[in-house]
Design a protein around this ligand. Structure first.
Ligand SMILES: [Fe+2]
Ligand SMILES: [Fe+2]
Length: 159
């Protein structure tokens, strides 16, 4: 759950960074709806983490800074690149949530409910970003993102 929480911190940063540099107002509007849901996700993860008596990752400020920078840079280059980045990121998040759901104990219904709802929302965010004109990222780029996400997952799990 700490990893999920860190992921949502990154989502906040990514969408905020993007909103800062997005050129087309439609892109901004599309992404604002997704960003609103990310706020809910962050709140759910934080609440569940507290219930489990655990602390958020100490690396969150670092993840926030990096994600904000990436979002703002992608947005500054082009709206389509930035939407493509959202789509690729959300797909990555879906993969992680999917595997987490498979590992979560059946009796932890509270955590399962949070993860299942997020999985549904993130899949929709990915579709929305592609429909809005996001460039689908090539496999090597997605592979690299996968690698980065694995490092982030491992370190947030521990710290
Ligand atoms: Fe999210
Ligand atoms: Fe999302």
């Amino acid at each position: 759950m700490r990893v999920n929480h860190s992921g949502e911190v990154c989502a906040q940063a990514l969408y905020q960074g993007q909103a800062l540099t997005a050129r087309l107002p439609e892109v901004r509007r599309e992404m604002e709806a997704a960003a609103d849901e990310e706020m809910d996700h962050l709140a759910w993860c934080e609440a569940r983490l507290r219930e489990l008596d655990d602390h958020p990752s100490y690396l969150n400020p670092l993840w926030y800074g990096l994600s904000f920078g990436l979002g703002a840079t992608a947005g500054a280059i082009s709206d389509r690149l930035s939407l493509g980045f959202v789509a690729a990121t959300e797909q990555q998040v879906c993969k992680h949530l999917d595997s987490h759901l498979a590992r979560l104990p059946e009796q932890d219904t509270a955590s399962r409910a949070v993860v299942a709802q997020m999985l549904e929302d993130e899949a929709r965010h990915a579709h929305t970003a592609l429909d809005a004109g996001g460039i689908p990222f090539p496999a090597p780029v997605r592979g690299l993102m996968s690698l980065v996400s694995r490092v982030m997952t491992e370190t947030s799990y521990r710290l």
